[in-house]
Ligand binder design. Structure first.
Ligand SMILES: [Zn+2]
Length: 93
């Protein structure tokens, strides 16, 4: 069963060691990562069994985590806000 992480900024999911049924064991850095629109999947590198599904944070969640002092969120927010300034949504380009 894949574990689902709903809060991207929750502490520790990246380094949590998970066991796969095939005997592989490791954290997200050792898994096969696949990006989707709404989530990122992490699968076992040996048998491709899905181990971890991480929901992408909404801009609102990023703002909130940044406000709570989460460094990664603050960096992401800076990138997002720069992009929004450079490429404003609803512009005619
Ligand atoms: Zn496996």
């Amino acid at each position: 069963m894949a574990e689902i992480v709903h809060d991207y900024f929750a502490f520790g999911w990246r380094s949590r060691v998970l066991d796969c049924a095939c005997g592989w064991q490791g954290d997200s850095k050792g898994m096969a990562m696949e990006l989707h629109d709404d989530v990122t999947d992490y699968a076992c590198p040996q048998c491709a069994n899905l181990l971890l599904i991480v929901s992408h944070p909404s801009l609102e969640q990023v703002r909130q985590a940044a406000g709570d002092g989460n460094e990664e969120a603050q960096q992401q927010l800076a990138i997002v806000e720069e992009a929004l300034q450079r490429f404003p949504p609803n512009s005619d380009r």
